[in-house]
Ligand binder design. Structure first.
Ligand code: GRG
Length: 305
């Protein structure tokens, strides 16, 4: 399967739908709308939309019908990037190949843009279902909203970010035990990254009305895939082409606990290969129907941006 021709058109549909969704929000203060649109328009691979759509399509649905949910997910993801770049967090100047949101709109502007993207994500997800009668049962949309809130919130992505900040400088502390560092790294990556990737698969499954067994299989796959994605991200932060990545690579400067700082680049590559095999093993219940997910796992593991 040519995974790039699968992903490309779906990512472009998400690009357009995201801009339309934000433009359609009523009564937004113009500078706030500009800041919201700025990082959304700067691009992004839209992998979470593609995963949500692929999960929904696995059960015979059409990607177009879950575009509001895909937009909601990308809006939550984009808010996390805008806040992550702030001086109080990773203090990055570059995001998606452009000056970070706080460099253009100031710190307060970027904080508000992130807040608005997070909150409005739920308007886009639930509000659209109410207004336009999207052909999805309301109970399924509600379940998708609950998944997104749980995976992004205090027990999910925000918990991972909190642990990530706490762990800064952990490696330089004398006598930090290896097992403790490995446990902490596992917690950070599981929540900071894998939770939102798992949410993509889970939301698609919930919207499609998947059975409990199918839902659990996709959720397990999503969590492993999220770790594959993060292992690749840690490796790219060290050896990747900064121009292609569109960000400066701040892990070493911020003394981050990462796969590479803990295991070295080769050790991180070995772990990535093992995680990719574990992810694929979760797809067994779907047999050949899951072909696109095998290809997506390889894409995640081998990506260069
Ligand atoms: C501020 C609550 C809060 C959370 C921030 C997303 C995040 C958590 C931090 C960003 C730094 C980082 C390495 C996060 C891990 C997830 C990750 C690799 C995000 C980048 O996702 P991509 O590559 O980004 O899909 P694009 O730009 O392609 O959408």
């Amino acid at each position: 399967m040519d995974i790039l021709s699968y992903m490309g058109p779906r990512a472009r549909l998400a690009d357009k739908a995201l801009v339309s969704a934000v433009k359609a929000l009523p009564f937004v203060h113009p500078p706030l709308r500009a800041a919201m649109l700025y990082t959304l328009r700067a691009g992004g691979k839209r992998i979470r939309s593609v995963l949500l759509g692929a999960s929904y399509e696995l059960f015979g649905g059409r990607y177009r019908d879950v575009l509001p949910a895909a937009c909601a997910l990308e809006m939550v993801h984009t808010y996390s990037l805008v806040h992550d770049d702030l001086p109080a967090m990773d203090d990055d100047d570059l995001r998606r190949g452009k000056p970070a949101c706080h460099k253009v709109f100031g710190e307060a502007g970027a904080i508000l843009a992130g807040d608005a993207l997070l909150t409005s994500a739920f308007t886009v997800l639930a509000g659209d279902a109410i207004r336009y009668g999207v052909p999805l049962p309301a109970g399924r949309v509600l379940k998708a909203a609950a998944i997104l809130a749980a995976r992004a919130g205090a027990s999910g992505m925000v918990a991972g970010q909190s642990a990530d900040l706490e762990a800064e400088g952990f490696l330089s502390k004398k006598g930090a035990p290896g097992a403790r560092a490995a446990r902490l790294l596992g917690y950070i990556h599981l929540h900071k990254t894998a939770d939102l990737i798992a949410a993509s698969l889970e939301m698609g499954a919930a919207l499609a009305g998947a059975s409990g067994r199918e839902y659990r299989a996709l959720s397990g796959f999503g969590l492993k895939l999220g770790l594959v994605f993060q292992a690749a991200d840690d490796i790219l932060d060290v050896v990747g082409d900064k121009r292609k990545l569109g960000k400066s690579g701040s892990d070493a400067r911020n003394k981050k606990l990462t796969y590479t700082s803990l295991y070295g680049v080769e050790g991180a590559r070995r772990r990535l290969r093992s995680l990719a095999a574990q992810a694929k093993s979760k797809l067994r219940p779907f047999g050949r129907r899951a072909g696109v997910f095998y290809a997506l796992t390889d894409f995640f593991a081998e990506r260069d941006r």
